[in-house]
Design a protein around this ligand. Structure first.
Ligand code: MN
Length: 726
């Protein structure tokens, strides 16, 4: 465990080692004094003044060669949360940039993952990155965590385990993705120490036991290589390198290796002047020692995603021991240890602010693009998969005022947020406040937004217009369910209203309620009024779409209209079936003209009903076609397999997100499904960017149409397909 007593002198000498500009030094001094003042009187768990923490953070930042503003922000990073200082104060006292850095660090700190289900390390990492906006915020947070881990001994064992777990799951991987290996290794070892103290001790003891022998061998091996390189006039630095404990433990547990089997326990690093020198050194080493096949890696030609560059080889060396050798330039070595921080370490004289800032932004956006959080950056296939996943499942993370993090799809609105908090909150929403500003409910949210929902206590009810606003299926379903329930309640009300009207009608005519509410009697009239049961009938009466007196008329008349019409056409008493070119037969009728209606375009397989037109015979409709609802001129018809046409017309409407080649993709699918297209028409709504395509197709039957629709549904960006009725 590193124990370092950072004094003001030590901090200043670190700062002076690379910053000499007077203004910059004054800025750091000012931040130092400010932090000292505002935290005065605060103590850490260790009993030390709080300021010690800030000094340590600033010191580590200086060892990473951070720019003066980052160091200032490091000194002030806890001031907004822990003291009365505000962001505005910092902007006035220092500048907007420093104020923003401190604010972002504070915001990340306020993230709370109370709900266990929401705690997903990879999510947490993404939120962290997304919220940081500036890579310097991430570096300050990492350094802050590093110092907190170094002083974790002052916490309770439960707290130690919780913080160490989070460090291992969230912080160490971020340090790894940024290539800051120094910090990553220390975070891992410290977490390991608190999470698995027994294993930690075991590995530490194993390392210690063999240390003398190993050190001796490594020194001998180094001597041999030195001789070799000097003889060949190559400038170099060479040193032995010890693996950190957690990585040894991981290899022992995950790769099931015994301690002795871990090949790179004995490692040597050679740092030389140029890339060319690296390959030269490699050549000499391979010429003198036997390399182990499959262990050579050229990360100079193909750098790792976190920009790491080096040559790695494993050789059989002194005493037949196995040595891992890393060969790299000074610059590569810096990047390997300090990672992303090395790329824009502060260089005086260059126009740092403008140039560096731009470089930082570019690098950071690069890191965002390539997705920092891939599980294993060394594996290109997995990396591409993850990248793909992230593009398609682009998420945003917003917070409740209490810091609860809610994960929503891109484009989600305050309403989606409200329904995710609770269905009742969603229903009662009347307004939304995002980052302290009242906004319309359809405002798309961004990562980091703090969202507050205003609700109404009186008559909380969603509006149907919300269905067009919400982006999550969760919210959409809740709204739909609400209206469905409402409709059912209305329906129950309408049914009893219909019953009352019906009873009143009976009373008016002095008819017996009991006799007319008889089930068998009612059963006979349902199809006549094209309703399917008692409640439908009463609902129709309640809704006034069916006249109660017509119903009673029908029940009191012995011969109905339908019988009359049917009788006109009956040519014989036997049940011969009439056939026609429509493919539809009418029981008991031969000579009737039968045609397919143009509105609902029934297909073989559809449930159908005939409508007796005035003078044009029978038109066949789909059961439930609104154009014939409640009509009294209906007749039973059915499909006749013997006389079916080869194909029938069908009309569908396809709703989809607009994109290039959408129409041609749709048409291709129709053709592939052996269907002919008769007509097509496509319209794009520029506001919602949805395309509505209507198609008239020729299909064999309902099954064929269903097959076409199923295949069209698979076309990318198609949202909804419906059969339409004119
Ligand atoms: Mn802190």
């Amino acid at each position: 465990m590193k124990k370092l007593n950072v004094t003001k002198d030590l901090f200043e000498s670190e700062v002076h080692s690379y910053i000499t500009n007077k203004e910059s030094l004054e800025l750091i001094e000012k931040a130092y004094n400010c932090a000292y003042r505002v935290h005065q009187g605060q103590m850490r768990k260790s009993g030390e003044p709080y300021f010690v923490h800030l000094l340590n953070v600033a010191y580590i930042l200086a060892t990473l060669k951070s720019d003066p503003k980052t160091i200032a922000a490091g000194l002030l990073h806890d001031s907004v949360e822990d003291t009365g200082v505000t962001k505005e104060d910092l902007a006035l006292l220092f500048d907007e940039e420093i104020a923003n850095l401190v604010e972002s660090v504070t915001k990340i700190k306020q993230l709370k993952f109370n709900d266990e289900s929401e705690y997903l390390a990879s999510n947490h990492r993404k939120i962290f990155i997304a919220m940081a906006k500036d890579v310097r915020v991430i570096i300050i947070k990492l350094v802050d965590r590093l110092h907190n881990m170094r002083t974790l001994e002052w916490h309770t064992p439960e707290k130690q385990k919780k913080i160490a777990g989070e460090t291992l799951d969230v912080y160490a991987p971020i340090a790894h993705r940024l290539g800051i290996n120094e910090i990553k290794n220390e975070l891992e070892d410290l977490s390991f120490y608190y999470l698995k103290p027994d294993n930690y001790r075991e590995v530490a003891n194993l390392l210690e036991k063999k240390k003398t022998e190993r050190d001796e061998h490594v020194q001998k091996m180094i001597g041999e290589i030195e001789e070799l390189l000097t003889k060949n006039n190559i400038q170099y630095r060479i040193f032995g390198r010890s693996k950190h404990l957690y990585s040894i433990y991981k290899k022992m547990t995950y790769k099931h290796k015994r301690f002795e089997e871990i090949l790179d326990l004995q490692a040597i690093r050679i740092v030389t002047k140029s890339e060319l020198n690296c390959y030269e050194v490699l050549g000499h080493i391979h010429a003198n020692y036997k390399p182990i096949p499959g262990r050579f890696k050229d990360y100079i030609a193909v750098p790792k995603m976190n920009m790491y560059q080096s040559l790695h080889t494993t050789i059989v060396g002194y005493e037949g021991d196995i040595y891992e050798v890393q060969i790299r330039t000074e610059e590569m070595d810096k990047v390997a240890e300090k990672g992303i921080a090395a790329h824009w370490r502060y260089k005086e004289g260059l126009n740092n602010n403008a140039l560096n800032q731009k470089e930082i932004e570019e690098k950071l956006s690069l890191f965002r693009d390539i997705n920092l959080m891939t599980a294993e950056l060394d594996n290109p296939v997995e990396y591409m998969d993850m990248l793909q996943k992230d593009i398609f499942e682009a998420n945003i993370y917003v917070m409740s005022p209490k810091g609860r993090v809610i994960n929503l799809p891109n484009g989600a609105t305050p309403l989606d947020f409200a329904y995710r908090i609770h269905t009742d909150v969603g229903h009662a929403t009347v307004g939304a406040i995002v980052n302290n500003v009242l906004v319309p409910l359809n405002t798309p949210l961004k990562t980091g937004d703090v969202v507050q929902i205003r609700t109404s206590k009186q008559n909380p009810a969603p509006s149907e217009g919300w269905l067009k606003i919400v982006k999550t299926s969760h919210a959409r379903n809740k709204i739909k369910t609400y209206f469905l329930k409402k409709e059912q309640e209305n329906r129950a009300e309408m049914i009893s209203k219909g019953e009352q009207i019906f009873k009143d009608e009976l009373k008016k005519r002095n008819l017996e309620e009991k006799e007319f509410l008889d089930k068998t009697k009612l059963d006979n009239i349902y199809s006549y009024f094209s309703v399917s049961n008692y409640s439908d009938l009463m609902y129709a009466i309640g809704m006034k779409s069916l006249n109660s007196s017509a119903v009673v008329d029908k029940m009191t008349t012995k011969r109905n209209v339908l019988d009359n019409i049917a009788n006109l056409f009956v040519s014989s008493k036997n049940k011969n079936l009439s056939k026609s070119k429509s493919g539809v037969k009418v029981a008991g009728i031969e000579t009737m003209m039968i045609g397919i209606s143009n509105c609902c375009l029934p297909l073989p397989g559809d449930e159908i009903v005939g409508y007796i037109t005035k003078g044009a015979g029978v038109k066949v409709h789909r059961v439930g076609c609104p154009n014939i609802a409640n009509s009294g001129r209906l007749i039973d018809v059915s499909w006749d397999e013997v006389i079916l046409r080869p194909s029938y017309e069908a009309k569908i409407q396809i709703e989809s997100k607009d994109r290039n080649f959408l129409l041609s993709d749709l048409i291709t699918v129709v053709a592939q499904c052996q269907s002919n297209m008769v007509a097509v028409n496509s319209k794009v709504n520029n506001e919602t960017l949805t395309a509505i395509t209507t198609m008239t197709l020729m299909v064999k039957d309902l099954e064929h149409l269903r097959n076409v629709i199923a295949n069209l549904r698979k076309v990318d960006s198609v949202l909804k397909i419906e059969r339409i009725i004119n």
